[in-house]
Design a binder for this molecule. Structure first.
Ligand SMILES: [Zn+2]
Length: 388
């Protein structure tokens, strides 16, 4: 019998920020979302699973031992030779005491999520503080120290013998995950993001398709600024479902960053809350069609941390666990967390204000997105078929 259970992976360490309170990467987003779901009655105690440790061999399959050593030394306050070489001590990844403990726990949590799906304990598992897709083998980057997604995918493929389709809908290109599996034919990476011409990390162009055995197993859909719901979804539909279906994965991994929302202060895409939910729903539907629904999902970016992120990720959990959420958000959540964070939290799940985008700009962005999606699909589909 197929397990239909959906779980949330969480651990007390994950509520800690690796970079301190003044950094834009707000670790409280996970706890804020979890509290919202609990106060809505959409998350119960038995929906939550703990985190298991991972062994050194898995860590060093994804990260250079010298980088891991530098990260641990930095987190323990010891001097690190060539910290900048490893991307540590930068504006994006400042050195903060204990950062390595949080980063490793995030990695362990996403691997735990993957194992719960691999061993049949659950069909869908969510880890809200994961999704650190910019971390590279030997380098921290873009608020990401340990690539939890690459660890989970490595676990699913090399240890569990499963084929993994990775779908990244964060507004930024999933460069670290792409690089980790660039030459691998057992992992398909798909990233839909604001173009590297206008946004960090400056990569993810349509001609990046993988190399060697991995040629064709890397798909990028770069979008112009101000691409709105309609433009995004049409381009997504023209490319992503067919790419994943032809790959025939055993498990799907979703990086569900919430920074493609129009209110995000670091990016310029134009999705609404409904648009983000529609994207998440499409990815869940793809997993249903292609791999019996087996998937893990993580959070990721999202810098409109108090208004947009908890609502977007609550909607993601609602879709994954098939739980209804009320439109009026609980007063208990708004009061408790509003006081704790010193912010005004939203009153409703739905958004009263929609993006005020110029229609000529959005139409141009939409037709550009669709043209790229069709070009990438046309160019890549012979490679996908060759794997049959
Ligand atoms: Zn992002």
């Amino acid at each position: 019998m197929t397990q239909t259970r959906t779980l949330l992976v969480d651990d007390p360490i994950l509520a800690r920020s690796p970079f301190g309170p003044s950094h834009p990467f707000r670790a409280e987003r996970g706890a804020l979302t979890r509290a919202l779901l609990e106060d809505c009655g959409a998350l119960r105690d038995d929906d939550v699973a703990g985190v298991d440790e991972i062994d050194e061999r898995l860590l060093t399959a994804v990260h250079d031992p010298a980088y891991l050593d530098a990260l641990v030394r930095a987190g323990r306050g010891k001097p690190v030779d060539d910290a900048r070489y490893y991307g540590l001590g930068t504006g994006d990844c400042p050195i903060v005491p204990g950062m390595h403990e949080v980063a490793l726990r995030v990695g362990e949590a996403t691997v735990s999520a993957a194992e719960l799906v691999a061993n049949g304990s659950a069909r869908r598992v969510l880890h809200l503080t994961g999704g650190l897709h910019h971390a590279h083998r030997s380098r921290a980057s873009g608020f990401c120290l340990i690539n939890d997604l690459a660890l989970a995918i490595e676990h699913l493929t090399r240890r569990r013998g499963l084929r993994v389709a990775y779908v990244d809908v964060d507004a930024h290109h999933g460069d670290g995950v792409q690089a980790a599996f660039w030459e691998r034919e057992d992992v398909l990476t798909v990233s839909v993001h604001q173009s590297g011409r206008t946004l960090f990390p400056g990569s993810g162009f349509e001609d990046e398709i993988g190399e060697g055995a991995g040629r064709g197993y890397c798909v990028n859909l770069p979008l112009d600024p101000f691409t709105d719901d309609a433009g995004y979804l049409a381009a997504f539909d023209a490319l992503v479902p067919a790419a994943v279906a032809s790959f025939r994965p055993d498990v799907l991994v979703l990086q569900a960053g919430a920074d493609a929302h129009w209110r995000d202060p670091l990016t310029q895409l134009g999705l609404s809350g409904d648009g983000l939910e529609a994207v998440f729903a499409r990815v869940i539907a793809i997993a249903e069609r292609c791999c019996d629904g087996r998937m893990i999902a993580t959070g990721g970016g999202g810098y409109d941390a108090w208004r947009t992120v908890p609502r977007a990720w609550a909607r993601l959990w609602g879709r994954l666990a098939e739980r209804e959420l009320p439109d009026v958000l609980p007063e208990s959540w708004r009061r408790t967390w509003g006081e704790r964070l010193g912010v005004r939290l939203p009153t409703h799940l739905s958004e009263a204000t929609l993006p005020d985008l110029d229609s000529l700009t959005t139409e141009r962005a939409a037709s550009h997105a669709l043209a790229i999606a069709r070009r990438v699909a046309t160019r890549a589909s012979p490679l996908w078929r060759a794997s049959d």
